[in-house]
Design a binder for this molecule. Structure first.
Ligand code: HAX
Length: 461
């Protein structure tokens, strides 16, 4: 239930975006007409059959992953973003409060640092658009509670295309120059509804559809997601968290979602969104494709696999979490049975993922909660042992922990113990980057993606 009636918003996200469009359009035109024949990288047979590793073949504006340094958002590191991106209006002075995912979205989309006022209003706009339409609630209620929560998420997102302003405008006939405006509106509407969608799926799957919390139009996106999961003091507080713990949970959601929002364009969820969007599918259909990719165990599902693996390891080493030899022995038993070590390795990174470090730091900043958390300590100890084992194993190009190695265990700490659910929160977060890029795809009028395929005979010639 909404606590206040809905107001019409016109925050200046769109006008901030409009200001930066002409320069970018001009640059795009210049690159297209002057540099089309410039060679970038060497296309090789190995790359073509090996998942196109390293091919610089995608345009992606907001973030770049450096193999050694990790992610930078418009050139800024995670630590820098933590310094300048706005927090909740209620916690601006709290050093343990994290910046908001909506601040990250603003920054990803425009490349401009938003002010506190802009973000306060943007949070309000998102909350005002958060309620799910009744047809979607009925669709979700009709799904079996046994359906994987990621399947429910992708069904929910694609069903929202019923309300797509882009699809409706396209059907009526609009000039190409206007595509981005409708794409923008749909993207904001989709992001706004994700907390409710996530809450509804959690409630239907694990709490028989009970209302776990309510939307608060004065709160930010992550606070509302936490409330709808029943995790804030003002909601049903299903895990009986103290006031401090429930505040920390909200900040975990903020940090997690902001940091998982974008990881350049080539990862499966981002690329799938971009690919489907290139056919002018609306943002709901495009991002539901991204979510389906995120549901793969080599990508976002790793979050659930890691927690399962940590729990299993704790049992197998008889709780001796500080015994490196026991951890090592367990890791070898996995590798020898041809299993991967979940949460380790990466397609691009060749150093520990800075997002892993930021999530671990979240726990280290709260020693009163995490010093005695055996699973958190095991994740930390594992990160000292596993790289050596993977180096000796000699297969993976990157023996270091990736982002999924630490995040699930933090949610588990606050009582979100439904392993299949972890990737759904990732799914809410990952909307930020791919949808920001989809808007830019339409601004720049990028064509349908259509790489050329070759057969093996041609490759072998
Ligand atoms: N444990 C054991 N073996 C591993 C490994 C790991 N963690 N990571 C890679 N390898 C193996 C690969 O299976 C591959 O073996 P084969 O040659 O026998 O096929 C070999 O090392 C080379 O792989 P790579 O080039 O280093 O890695 P890829 O780019 O092919 O794959 C993956 C990257 C992330 C998929 C991979 O490291 C992996 O499977 N990791 C475990 C699952 C995981 O943590 N996924 C989450 C990744 C982060 C993410 O996208 N989150 O959304």
């Amino acid at each position: 239930m909404l606590r206040r009636s809905i107001r019409h918003y016109s925050t200046d996200l769109k006008s901030t975006l409009k200001k930066v469009i002409p320069a970018k359009q001009e640059l795009f035109k210049q690159v297209k007409s002057n540099l089309a024949d410039k060679k970038i990288g060497d296309l090789t047979v190995g790359g073509t059959i090996g998942g196109m590793r390293g091919y610089k073949s995608l345009l992606w504006e907001a973030s770049v992953v450096d193999p050694n340094e990790g992610i930078r958002f418009h050139g800024y590191t995670i630590e820098q973003c933590q310094q300048f991106l706005p927090k909740s209006k209620y916690e601006t002075e709290d050093p343990n409060s994290e910046f908001l995912p909506e601040s990250m979205f603003w920054f990803l989309l425009t490349g401009e640092k938003p002010t506190q006022k802009q973000i306060d209003e943007f949070s309000e706009e998102l909350a005002s658009k958060a309620k799910l339409p009744s047809y979607l609630e009925r669709i979700l209620d009709s799904l079996p509670a046994t359906l994987h929560p990621m399947t429910q998420l992708s069904i929910g997102i694609s069903a929202l295309n019923n309300d797509s302003s882009f699809a409706k405008a396209y059907e009526k006939g609009i000039p190409k120059s206007e595509y981005w405006e409708y794409t923008f509106d749909d993207s904001i509407n989709l992001i706004a509804k994700l907390p409710s969608l996530v809450g509804k799926i959690y409630s239907n799957t694990y709490h028989k559809g009970a209302t776990l919390g309510e939307l608060d139009l004065n709160q930010d996106w992550s606070y509302n997601m936490s409330s709808l999961l029943g995790m804030t003091s003002e909601s049903r507080n299903i895990n009986n968290l103290s006031k401090q713990e429930s505040k920390d949970f909200v900040n975990l959601v903020r940090l997690y979602c902001a940091l998982h929002g974008d990881h350049e364009g080539g990862n499966v969820s981002a690329h799938a969104t971009h690919l489907v969007g290139s056919a002018l599918s609306d943002p709901y259909l495009s991002y539901s494709a991204g979510v389906q990719g995120l549901a793969g165990p080599l990508h976002g599902l790793a979050a659930q696999e890691v927690v399962r693996f940590i729990l299993e390891m704790k049992d197998k080493i008889f709780g001796e979490i500080n015994n490196s030899a026991k951890i090592e022995e367990y890791l070898w038993s996995l590798l020898n049975s041809k299993r991967v070590i979940p949460g380790y390795g990466h397609g691009v990174l060749r150093r520990p993922d800075p997002r892993f470090n930021a999530m671990i730091q979240f726990g280290l900043n709260r020693p009163e909660q995490f010093e005695r958390d055996v699973l958190f300590q095991l994740v930390k100890n594992l990160s000292k042992v596993a790289p050596g084992v993977l180096k000796e194993h000699g297969k993976t190009k990157n023996p270091w922990p990736n982002v999924d190695s630490s995040s699930g265990i933090l949610f588990y700490h606050y009582g979100v113990k439904e392993l299949l659910f972890f990737t759904v929160i990732f799914g809410a977060s990952r909307s930020l980057g791919p949808l920001a890029q989809l808007v830019w795809d339409r601004i720049l009028g990028l064509p349908i993606e259509r790489p050329k395929s070759v057969d093996l005979k041609t490759l072998a010639q």
